[in-house]
Design a protein around this ligand. Structure first.
Ligand SMILES: [Zn+2]
Length: 402
């Protein structure tokens, strides 16, 4: 086996050879620190002639450490329950999400339009897949192949019909029979679903998305037909709080919450400008400049995903965290689910199989902020007052009875 073929799993923990040539980071922390530390060479101005916009390299985004960490944790562990990016316009939220395109990990993907997977047959029998796949399965042909996670963006002005799916008009006309067309949610299965300006989305659409995200599946009923689809996706939402609120119930459904600020440091701002300028001048040049590191980051993420199932959270680490949540007055159980899953992802990225209190500490702000509801606190306080009043009145009543 040559040096280049060495996989991360084969490298001993203490090995100095671990991908040294490809990139200088071995942990998520090093990766994040590395991002801000590189200066571009002087750019040669060149007109870019591209029909398709290419993604800005993730590693070229200056600063915004917490946003980048949240997005990477979401790639490593889909169980963190989604990511909400909150901040004003022009703070690279959408750029950061799209920049994930080149570092997305690989998953087992269906080869069929209807998204049939071998596990459907294991759980629901042969009738759980479409006739084509049932035939293939009988012939011993594969129903799935490894494929990259995709970034699915919810288009602006999307309709509920597009989101959940509806009658496939073309099939109805051509074949005189009705079939349900897969919606965006079904296409988002095992992918990332990005919704920009989520606070401006219609209530029925956002409810459908959140229900599907919570269940990992959803059923569509159209005319006499119904179909159930898998929808296990990592939801990424972004919003500008100046443009409207997000209902508290919706806010609670997001695992990690990142407050994205503009860059404060003038040096960082200039560096960010230089990179954006270099990108506009020649997209492919900037992408090529980061290629090796981006490939290294993609490998780190893939290997962290494989490591994740081995990561254990000991009770003695978890218990103080639960007490802290109680102390903060947070009711939602999603707080600890997100907090613990994000910590496991962080430990996995570090190549460890046990969560430490430090892991919990790093991801705590993202998992716990904006969880305490002013309404609920007020509600409980009002309840206490009401209860006391009732007890007092009842005592009075008892005295009168006697
Ligand atoms: Zn199929």
């Amino acid at each position: 086996m040559s040096q280049n073929e060495l996989s991360l799993q084969d490298v001993p923990e203490t090995g100095e050879t671990k991908e040294r040539q490809a990139h200088p980071f071995h942990t998520l922390k090093e990766l994040l620190d590395y991002v801000s530390g590189r200066t571009l060479p002087a750019a040669t101005p060149e007109e870019a002639v591209l029909s398709e916009p290419l993604p800005f390299p993730f590693l070229a985004i200056v600063g915004q450490r917490e946003m980048k960490l949240a997005l990477l944790l979401g790639l490593i562990n889909p169980l963190i329950g989604g990511i909400l990016l909150i901040g004003p316009r022009g703070t690279a939220k959408t750029t950061a999400v799209r920049s994930l395109l080149d570092i997305l990990p690989s998953v087992e993907r269906s080869l069929c339009y209807y998204g049939c997977l071998p596990e459907d047959i294991q759980t629901g029998g042969i009738s759980a897949v479409c006739p084509d796949c049932a035939k293939k399965y009988g012939e011993g042909l594969p129903l799935s192949a490894p494929g990259r996670v995709r970034l699915v963006e919810l288009p602006l002005n999307t309709r509920l019909e597009d989101v959940v799916g509806g009658i496939d008009e073309q099939v109805s006309i051509d074949h005189d029979r009705k079939r349900i067309r897969r919606g965006i949610l079904a296409r988002a299965d095992r992918n990332l679903l990005y919704i920009d300006e989520i606070n401006l989305l219609a209530d029925d659409i956002i409810d459908a998305i959140l229900d599907a995200a919570a269940q990992g599946a959803y059923t569509v009923h159209r005319d006499s037909l119904s179909a159930t689809y898998r929808a296990r996706f990592v939801l990424i939402g972004s919003m500008n709080p100046e443009e409207g609120h997000l209902r508290p119930q919706i806010m609670d459904r997001f695992g990690l919450r990142v407050i994205v600020h503009g860059l404060d440091d003038p040096t960082q701002r200039l560096e960010a400008y230089n990179r954006v300028h270099a990108f506009h001048n020649n997209q492919r040049n900037l992408i090529a400049f980061y290629r090796d590191e981006m490939q290294g980051a993609a490998r780190e993420i893939q290997s962290a995903r494989q490591q994740l199932s081995k990561v254990d959270l000991p009770d003695k680490v978890a218990n103080p965290a639960i007490r802290l949540i109680h102390k903060l007055g947070i009711d939602s159980l999603r707080a600890e689910i997100t907090w613990f899953e994000a910590s496991r992802a962080y430990a996995a990225a570090d190549g460890r199989s046990r969560v430490t209190p430090q892991d919990l500490q790093v991801v705590a702000p993202m998992a716990l902020r904006l969880r305490r509801s002013k309404f609920m606190t007020g509600f409980f306080n009002d309840q206490i007052v009401e209860e006391e009043e009732l007890v007092g009145l009842l005592a009075g009543l008892n005295r009168k009875v006697k």
